[in-house]
Write a protein that binds this ligand. Sequence first.
Ligand code: ZN
Length: 348
Amino acid sequence: MKEIKNLLEKLSNAHGISGHEGNIRAIVEEEIRSYVDEVRMDKLGNLIATKEGTSPSIMLAAHMDEIGLMVKYVDDDGFIKFVKVGGWFDQTLLNQRVILHTEKGMLTGVIGSKPPHRMKEEEKKKVIEADDMFIDVGATSKKDALKLGIRAGTSITIDRELRPLANDMVTGKAFDNRAGLVMLIEALKRTNAEVTVHAVGTVQEEVGLKGAKTSAFGLSPDVAIATEITITGDHPGIEKKDSAIEIGKGPSLTVLDASGRGLITSEPVLRWLRETAEKNKIPYQLDVSSGGTTDATAIQLTKAGIPSGTVSLPTRYVHSPVEVISLRDLDRCAELIARSIETVDRYF
Ligand SMILES: [Zn+2]
């Protein structure tokens, strides 16, 4: 469990918003290289690691990008206005410490706002929108900010490191989807498969499943699994009827997401994953949801159609800098994928 924690920590603490996945790609490449025959990068920036073998070929996809921000404009006093890259809930951004990734290196900043002491009672009740927030890096003027290397287009991430919680839980940023990358890397390390495996670190999932689309087209696999995180309904503020998934109860397999507008997992894929879990005594949960979707949706609709499913890690507080997961769940997700690669030829 320590090994899996260290790998998640390394990937979660690293930074890479959509379109700027270079740091993450480098870590995955280093971790994966000795377990595959070939590693390359495609034109969009997807990392494609291939272990040659027999048919059918299987694609594992985990997105490398995290949600973040980008510099839009610096005002005359050196304060920075930004756009959101990916699905943020504005309230979670307020008063966060952030890192700006400039050509000259990393800079620390904070997301500032008007102090509550100077707000009218009515103002205090209102949600502050990201549009009304700004970043303070300590610059004294626009010129000063430019000198520090800040430009329109500078990418910004949250400054937050992984910490252990009680039992086997940990908290941190970007477990969506660095936990998915851990599954992909660990599965490759653990599997004794003879089939061809394409392990793909995809780009730009959070802004429209983009890298999955192009990499699946290029690889044309026989079957695919996206490794992801999924929302739990096991804490105050949400009910089981909103999500039946619980932390600590093992991998979540999507049956249907986004009310069917996203992925409807094909029956053979679901049967393959369920039977493999049962044979190996890995507990699993079935997820039927109305919310978002994953890379599996884009892959499934590639060319004449590719049977696709997901193995997802139950995660609390998704799309916040304090996501919470269970390392035991993460270990079981990796185990299920490793064993599924070994049984895929019986189903496809
Ligand atoms: Zn996400």
